[in-house]
Structure formats: structure tokens, C-alpha cells
Design a binder for this molecule. Sequence first.
Ligand code: FMN
Length: 334
Amino acid sequence: MSLSDHVERLFAPRANGTPPLLLAPMAGVTDAPFRALAIRYGADLTVSEMIASQAMIRGIAKCLKMSQGADPEATLAVQIAGADPVAMAEAARMQEDLGAEIIDINMGCPVKKIVGTGAGAALLRDERLAGRIMETVAGAVKVPVTVKIRLGWDDAHRNGESMARIAQESGMRMITVHGRTRAQMYSGEADWRAIGAIKAAVSIPVVGNGDVTTPELALKWWKMSGVDGMMIGRGALGRPWLFRQIARYLACGTPGELPSLAERGAVIIDHFHAMMAHHGVRSGHLLARKHLGWFTRGYPGGAAFRDRINHAPHPEAVLTMLREFLDQTMERAA
Ligand SMILES: Cc1cc2nc3c(=O)[nH]c(=O)nc-3n(C[C@H](O)[C@H](O)[C@H](O)COP(=O)(O)O)c2cc1C
């Protein structure tokens, strides 16, 4: 089987006709422990946090951790960012050597720090450079290369369709489209009609992304846009089981069951331990607090719990508070 099959396999026709569901790359969030959770609950592909190509080349240890695999069985897709074709190609090669099975190029990040260096969404304003980066990276590695874009820089410059054609001509194997412009950042609603127009402009697989938070919205926007896959980011924060619920809904019209409270509790505790094992006790437990906040959103007493853990002196104290919180939540539910 050729290595390029990692993308082919993702989009292989399924008996029930449903599209693959992907976990969006999210800096500071989609580390190996969270990607493992998404895979456990049915994500068909997860993507690492964005890794700056220059930092990768300089051998910054953090980059290695960011691109660590989440599950030996799951495809490892690593996202790189940068504005220099040669450096991007070098970073891609290094990631391939380390085991990346798909390289994704970031052309959508809107934050000033990235855009200011000509990377991320800034590349939407320079189609020639964007094309050169894609071509050079695709030519540098054997694994499939994919790209993630937005609709354009702003409303006056919505060049998503043109970018998608360039991506196709440059050897990209899949395009993910976040249905907003750079100017929108994260405001307003993702425009799934515009995503649909981009999908119609090319023949390679197009994955739609933006605001998929429920099975019902997933179905509505999948049908509206005709995309080949759907990518979910913020909707999965604290709710990695959303993938399973959406997959079931798309297949048979009823959402997959929410895991029991006991299962969710066990998952939250396991994830806390996994964060400490992955990042080290000190950083791990601090980073895990963010996830605990998302996991406990909407539960009675959640706000007070979040406030308490933010003042907890050490990881054991957080674990004790977490166990108490889960016990109380279960008692209430019983
Ligand atoms: C905290 C955070 C970090 C993100 N980091 C990245 C990133 O590293 N690379 C990337 O391509 N997109 C990044 N994004 C954008 C998401 O991948 C996604 O396109 C966006 O959140 C819209 O999808 P959603 O509405 O499902 O969250 C990030 C988004 C958030 C909220």
C-alpha cells in the first residue's frame, strides 16, 4: 500500500455514505492527549497543533512534543506554518522522518504574530508565494500534503476558489476551508454556502470547517455544502464524544448516545493523568485546567469548581476537587 493512501483511505467511499469527521488543529489544545480522546470517540483524523517551520528547523524540543502521535493506530497529521518555501519543505521533511503521515500547511491562521511574518492567512494575499510553498513542500516529501485556508483575506478579497484551484494544481491532496475571512477572525457565522462554492471549484477532497457544534448543524451544513469531510474544533472542547454523536446522526438520523456520567468522569480523570504524563507534572496539570473548565461547562457547580481549581496548590489537590465534583454531579443526577 502506498503512503499516499492515508488521504485516499480517509475519503474512501463508506457503506453508509457519511463523510469523515476531523478534529481541527488548535494551538495549545490539540496535543497528543486530546487528539487521543477525539480518536477514541470516533474522529477519523486529527491534526497536530501548528508548528512553526523555523522553530522546527532550529530543533526546538517543544516542536517534537507537539507533533507526537496520539495513538499508534491513528494517522499522524502534522501542521506546519511559515512563509519561506525552502524552510517549509525542510520542516516537512523533518516531520516525515519523525513519522508524520500527512503534512498540512497552515494558510488560515489570523493572529497578528503569524500574519506579521507573512505566514498563515497572510498567504491568502500572495497567491504566487502560496503556490510556491505548496509545490515545494509537496515535492519534498513522499507523504500526502494538504492545506487549510479561509475564504479570503476580507470581504473585498474572497479568493478561496482561486486558492483552491492553485492548491489542486500544486499537488495538494485535500483542502480544508474555514468558512470565514481573516478579517472576521472568529466573529460572525461560518459561511457554508461559500465553502460549498469552493468545493465545487475543485475535484480534490474539500473539508468544511466552522461552527459545527451539534449533530443537527453538521447534517444541515454537510447537505448544504456537499463537502467531502467536516472538521470540528471548538465544538469538541470538553466534548470529544461529539464526533460519535455526529457520525451516528449523519448515518441514521438519531444522535449517538452521550457516554454515561460515570464514563465521562473516568475520561476526565484519565485525561488529567495523560496531560501530566505527556507534558510533565507541572506544565501538564496547569494545561489540564483549561480542559477541566471545558469539561465542566454547563454542569451545576461548574463555575465554583473552576474557580477552586485555579487556586489549587498542586495536582493532587486538583484531583481531589475533581473527584468531589464528579461525585456530587453523579449524586445530583441519581
Ligand atoms: C484555540 C484555537 C487554536 C487554533 N489553532 C489553530 C492552528 O494551530 N492551526 C489552524 O489551522 N487553525 C487553528 N485554529 C482554527 C481552527 O482549526 C478552526 O479552523 C476554527 O476554530 C473554526 O472551527 P470551529 O468553529 O469548529 O472551532 C485554532 C482555533 C482555536 C479556537
